[in-house]
Design a protein around this ligand. Sequence first.
Ligand code: SF4
Length: 376
Amino acid sequence: MKYVDEFRDREKAEALIREITAVVREIDSARHRPLNIMEVCGGHTHSIFRYGLEGMLPKEIELIHGPGCPVCVLPMGRVDDCVAIAERPEVIFTTFGDAMRVPGSRKSLMQAKAEGADVRMVYSPLDALALARRHPDREVVFFALGFETTMPSTALTVLQAEAEGIGNFTLFCNHITIVPTIKAILDSPDLQLDGFLGPGHVSMVTGTAPYQFIARHYGRPLVVAGFEPLDILHGIWMVLKQIRDGRAEVENQYARIVPDAGNAAALAAVGRVYELREFFEWRGLGSIDHSGVRLREAYARFDAERRFAIPNVTIADPSSCQCGEVLKGVIKPWQCKMFGTDCNPETPLGALMVSSEGACAAHYQYGGIQRQRGVA
Ligand code: SF4
């Protein structure tokens, strides 16, 4: 199959691993401690586990699985808010499938549905808008979730609803932005990161310019990379070459998909409909300034948070849950005490076990490798 097999070619992957190993040997600091490279995007995490890439890399490289899965970073209190809206008798609550199983403090959306709430799975916000047209006597709420990747589609759906004068459609907006999050991670004293694999999908919308501060102010290289195994290995090789050469730049390995300037039409729709929140809470990472968006005042009538009373309470994760430490790369998924026992994909305790892009679910599904430090 053209354009897919080429990116999964074993011989090319092995050649890249040899190149990576050669570059690592030329980096002095790698003799004293691992080189920590964070893949920001959950899609990268999924591919890394699916193709066993972590186990193929030299032991001097540590991949840190970052906070790039929007389902995984949804705080428990926001899930409770979803459930509260969904349980209102007049509401049809619509959501993507993976969000249905994220645990709240009392129940998930799936459990609320089992108890009688009208929760429906949709494939796009336009499906939710179509439901609103078909059910003018009900309030249709769409659970808007995701980074800049999905923001344009919900913004365009709001604009469509406005153009049609639809009055029974709202968003419960949980969109988040990637750049303040990377900044918060770089400011975290827990983490010593040497470089980043930048997100491929988000960058299709934003372009590469928003990452320049990482190189300029924090002196870390970032390479936007695709999701096939060779994309990821190539991206890691590009990051390592920058470290070896003492450079810190933003490079684009995924130029076949990601324009450096981003998508102007998508950015315009996002800018028209949304504004930054002062702060937004992330599961495991706490509150991060300007890391989420809400609907602008001009679109307030499409905002579920303004239409319905919601609990809006911050709920701490269960003390046994170590999602925050995994999200920050402090521990690996299998080092969580709950991994594979009390927490598994059937009965997830933490959000990282829900979505296939969550580090714990990906590791559980593909049986990642527990590399023993010091053993070749
Ligand atoms: S195993 Fe479960 S509780 Fe532990 S970090 Fe992963 S998702 Fe969170």
